[in-house]
Design a binder for this molecule. Sequence first.
Ligand SMILES: NC(=O)c1ccc[n+]([C@@H]2O[C@H](COP(=O)([O-])OP(=O)(O)OC[C@H]3O[C@@H](n4cnc5c(N)ncnc54)[C@H](O)[C@@H]3O)[C@@H](O)[C@H]2O)c1
Ligand SMILES: [Zn+2]
Ligand SMILES: [Zn+2]
Length: 381
Amino acid sequence: MKAVVYNGPRDVTVKNVPDAKIERPTDVLVKITSTNICGSDLHMYEGRTDFEKGRVFGHENLGEVIEVGNAVDRIKVGDMVCLPFNIGCGFCRNCEAGLTAFCLTTNPDPKMAGAAYGFADMGPYNGGQAEYLRVPYGDFNCLKLPDDAREKETDYVMVADIFPTGWHSTELAGVKPGDTVVVYGSGPVGLMAAYSATLKDASMVMVVDRHPDRLRLAEKIGAIPIDDSKVDPVQQVMDLTQGRGADKGCECVGYQAHDPQGHEHPNMTMNNLVKSVKFTGGIGVVGVFIPQDPGSPDKLYKEGEITFDWGLCWFKGQSIKTGQANVKAYNRHLRDLIHVGKANPSFIVSHKLSLDDAPNAYQNFDARNDGWTKVVLRPGQ
Ligand SMILES: NC(=O)c1ccc[n+]([C@@H]2O[C@H](COP(=O)([O-])OP(=O)(O)OC[C@H]3O[C@@H](n4cnc5c(N)ncnc54)[C@H](O)[C@@H]3O)[C@@H](O)[C@H]2O)c1
Ligand SMILES: [Zn+2]
Ligand SMILES: [Zn+2]
């Protein structure tokens, strides 16, 4: 089968790899029809993780079931399914508690919890930027889509990761109706966080970034764009909230946060959040941070550490929650919002391309080139 293979920093090719196949009786085999490129892929693409050369990328996957293992009951050949980026077992103590991003059995590394497709340190599973994908524990991990699956495919494929992840950041922050919310990052995840806050009836949503195309999308869904290349974002949030700060804050950038000139400061968004969220406010961090980053220009962050305004955070009585999104905790509900027409997360999608276009798409999305806000690859087209 054809797949997007990582060769080394900023180098992917589309080439033939061994076909994905049923390996265990609980597996399901999916013919991928939509698979997104994610900001998480970019950390790996840039060589800033230990993603192995020769592996296949792709953790935001949707497609048609073409084969099921002997022990699969619920999922049938022909079903259209969206796959959470997390691979859960369904029976460990974390999966049972709904914490499928921290599954205790699907990652063979005993020091790790959580597995994902085509993801550094998240188990040996290949990604779905390919013609076919093996889905372990298919009954547990497949989200069945309704009869409008093909028609609304570009909306539904956002449910594999970024829509639930954006939603998760608002859950971690504790967003409630009437809240004011500041989101750092207007990439796909930040836009989904802003969209989720809006769906939860936030009274005001502010989004900080410096890319006009991304900020325009934030504005389109009713958020207030804040361009930190032109204004001090903390001051702007203060001014918009009568000097109190936002009730809740979402971190949707991660460890490669940088200033508008491009210099990385892994503590930048966290410290800006502490400053721009109110006393007793909540902060949800879904931007990825990692324990070791040898490629970091920041000395401390090579060991995953940052200088953090702990004193101010403590003084303000803020709460911080973090981590990968437990996609299964939200994906049915978000699917249903799409089905009834109350959510259309595909508004962020700028490009629908064939698998063969992946190298060019990676290059443009990685450069955050104007107009490249989210890419969906469509194998077989
Ligand atoms: N927790 C999860 O489950 C989960 C899931 C998906 C993605 N992620 C992570 O979320 C993060 C965002 O993903 P994405 O797909 O939106 O990526 P992206 O890289 O396309 O978007 C990040 C945005 O942040 C902006 N930015 C950079 N520095 C900034 C700063 N100091 N202040 C404000 N904005 C800044 C960039 O200009 C960019 O638009 C990544 O770290 C990704 O790995 C986490
Ligand atoms: Zn993703
Ligand atoms: Zn589990």
